[in-house]
Design a protein. Sequence first.
Length: 247
Amino acid sequence: MRIPGSTILIAGGTSGIGLALALRLREAGATVVVAGRRRDRLDAIRDEHGIDGLVVDVTDPTSIATLAADAVAAHPDLDALVTMSGIMELERIGEPGALDVAERTIATNLLGTIRLVEAFLAHLRTRPAATILTVTSGLAYVPLAATPTYSATKAGVHAYTEALREQLRETSVQVVEIAPPLTRTRLRGEGTDNDHALPLEDFVAEVVDILQTQPDAPQVLVERVRRQRFAAADGTYDEVFAAQSGR
């Protein structure tokens, strides 16, 4: 991916990693558009940062189709899509509410990603060089027992991304996976002061540095996530899984 001069849509770009990445990519020379569910939040980002925003609910196929049409109409030179939208909720399998959590998580994290790609792919294939960036997690490689469906959806997005990259291998569309480690955001409503988490600004700075220095890389792996990413290959999977489970 070549950042300067690119026009990038970040679905799920109104907070956390998405917004921080939007600001960093703009600093690196890209035109950035963010999308999210809340019009008031999009308006606040426009007023504070001068970044355009579009409304989308990634669990609603009609909303995604409208987003794609509006984004391409407003930005015909759009050449990159980041599928950042995601939710992460604690879940106790077999207990009341667990199935609702699972279904919401699949609809947002996995189906949302697939629907976004389907909605934007035809346009991206018309561009001389385009990029789809999916967002997985270190938990795609070693799951967290407390968030089984979140971990499963991120593993699913990883598999989908690998297959998508192969199907688009002979096209102008590059496919990149970003796999964050535990990062200081409000994803699970725990605040941003977790000492075990990577500071948000450190994460996005490392991500953009990798995109700039390794423009053809299929994965963006910051140093902190590599232990999870390669746990199975390194023979440390059981150790990492147990540590994540608190034992």
